[in-house]
Design a protein around this ligand. Sequence first.
Ligand SMILES: Nc1ncnc2c1ncn2[C@@H]1O[C@H](COP(=O)(O)OP(=O)(O)OP(=O)(O)O)[C@@H](O)[C@H]1O
Length: 818
Amino acid sequence: MLKKELSKRHIFGKVAAYTYIIEFQKRGLPHAHFLIILKQGSKMYSPQAYDRIVCAELPNCHHQPYLHSLVVKHMMHGPCGVMNPKCPCMRKNIGCKDKYPKEFNESTRHSSNSYPIYKRSDDKKTVKVRGHHLDNRWVVPYNPYLLSKFNCHLNVEVCSTVRAVKYIYKYIYKGHDKILYQLNKTQVDHSFDEIKSFVAARWISAPEAMWRIFAFDLNEIHPSVTLLQVHLENKHPLAFPENRPLESLLQNPTSSTTMLTEFFAMNRQDDHAKSLNCLYAEFPEHFVWNRTTKQWDHRKNKQVIGRLAPTHPSKGERYYLRMLLMHIRKPTSFHALKTIDGITYATFQQAADKLGLLQSDDAAELCLQEATLYQMPSSLRHLFAALLAYCTPTNPEKIWLKYQDSLSEDIHQDKSIDQANVEKIVLQIIHNYLQSMGKSLKDYGFSSFVPQRNIKQLIAKEIESEKSIPVLDVDLAALHQLNGDQRIAYDRIMNAVLNKKSEAFFVDGPGGTGKTFLYKTLLATIRSKGWIALATATSGVAASILPGGRTAHSRFKIPLYDDDAATCNVGKQSAIAHLIQNARLIIWEEASMAKRKSIEKFNEMLQDLMQTNLAFGGKIIVFGGDFRQTLPVVSKGHKQDIINASFVNSPLWRQLTKLRLQQNMRARKDPDFCTFLLNIGNGTQQINSSGEVDIPASMNIPFIDDDSSLETLINVVFPSMESFSINPAAVVNRAILMTRNDFVHEINDRLIEKFPGKKKTYLSFDQPIDSRDQRDTQDFLNSLTPKGMPPHELKLKRNCPIMLIRNINPTEGLSNGT
Ligand SMILES: Nc1ncnc2c1ncn2[C@@H]1O[C@H](COP(=O)(O)OP(=O)(O)OP(=O)(O)O)[C@@H](O)[C@H]1O
């Protein structure tokens, strides 16, 4: 009925789109979150327009007695705060999470990043709710018509800013609450399979069960969205049963038909489709995809929106194909998409360039041009490789030709090398940099470039660079400092290495028990004998701590994305394959943070290289980590998804020899802190009545007010900024963790002001797609802080710590996260 009021009777105006989700909470009663997007002519832009729909005041009890009684009954918040500290909205130190009571306001006005601030007059009118007298500051915004009609709690807000809209979307898509429970049964055989006993479960109350039994809608998006396939010619995914003969699959004509190929076919053969002159994205508005016949049928009713599957620029031609599909109407084939003004181009990229769809490479060029003024050729080559890898310029060869001289200046000095060879050498160096980032110069055009194929030379280079990793005396001497547990682990591992006995280990130790100390000792011992020991870690930061460390993903070319079919990209004849075959020991630190699939793919690659079915190809591997610390990151995953993705869930886990380190070496002088940390990790720390762990008072900074408490925290963590500027290493061991990006920016701003030295500010340049919008949108774009991007205003000082967010040069330790 509510849906009908909104979308059929248009009580708020003509509706362009809506989405809603039904939720069940607390005692299980259903409620809906509805987001309505109005059509252009109906959109509200002014506070006066908001007032026509939303009210946040008590109505007049004489003129509107019914409405007044409903507001009192359903729309008064709390009371909370001092009147009722136990109200469910109350949060420690913050007060009411919904920020009630609100302020009095003479009139409705815009607010910077949330819902509007509604009119709440200070008219001294109060009502008695749950034993307390409440005024207009406690009224939850409502719509008088809907409230009177439905006689229930119905909060109506105007989403006047992008942030408010994003918040609502988050609400709508956040999914259901889940709980995790463990089944304990009497063990007959005394074996307890920890993994199997974890089962994902959803709490369903009786009303929700009824809702589902009657198959009522739980959510809806209107218009619905059809996702359209985007693939290169004959490169579409095909699903088929495992035992189906490949021949029959190939003979089946529908094996080669997809949404895209049939879109082309319709544009060639169907008169209606031809007359529509559609873009691919518009096509589903008129035709519906029949999955069984794999054909587009004429759409009779229902409104839908078409969306092309997103593609990242790094996907090369597929990205440019998508771009063309977004702009070319009624294409009849892949070939037709490449044909512009009668000329057929070799690639989709060239066609897109010809159509003027590609951004100019100005920014990349300007950056290189500026750098040529003061940087040495070797740094310039690094920069050029980074620009290729991260800025995806549209015409890299053109930029290369323009700056070739500056990029080759040093090699040119060597008069024994002729011009043609200088070019080859410089391109090879750039190619090598790109390879360390998992890319190749070939990915960026450079059709005439032939990478150095002399495999013997490449093998020698890889082995040479591993063997040249310096062995530090302190790491060698550390052998005599190992504590009892470390010594046992060291002896077990070295015994396997010396006797070439295939075995895989897992070094399990809570933070600070000296895992890294042990790895460094092992690496030093083995390398000092002239043998190869590969040091890898899941994260770039951990890898940078180990001598010669690389991330496991980059070292073993493990696929980054969860693609079941993908394998480690290590050819049997490649230099890396030889390096792995020759390695006496492989260390993988922070394996607890790696996804089990990555480790399973690593195992398959080793079995393939070593031609054996033994676990990890019979190599001696030392995995390490601490499952009490960070687990694998599963995007938008719930606890159960994270547990499922963990190494412990892999069949390989059972094949590892577990070595335990227990003595905390980092905090030997603070045993209370050690015990506290360990208890948290083990889940044995006592919890309070709300199910939370109380942080001991000695570790807390008392809350006085936002400003002074934050200042105290900063002073405790960074007591002397002066000393850090002399000894930069001291500062990188300290950090303040925050829950939100805007808090991080606020603290970074404060810290950089305190840091000694002259401040330098770097500004980013934001550009809207349509340059005519530059004036209106620039400030807004500058205010955005998307993840993985530095802020618009980046303030730095010499020696201040920074964290890289790209793999600039992994071989030199400049990887993401370091
Ligand atoms: N046997 C030892 N003798 C002296 N110092 C040690 C010993 N073992 C470890 N340490 C020191 O203790 C500190 C913690 O060790 P380390 O960083 O190796 O622990 P970790 O288990 O890797 O910790 P985390 O899990 O937090 O990374 C380091 O400063 C290290 O030098």
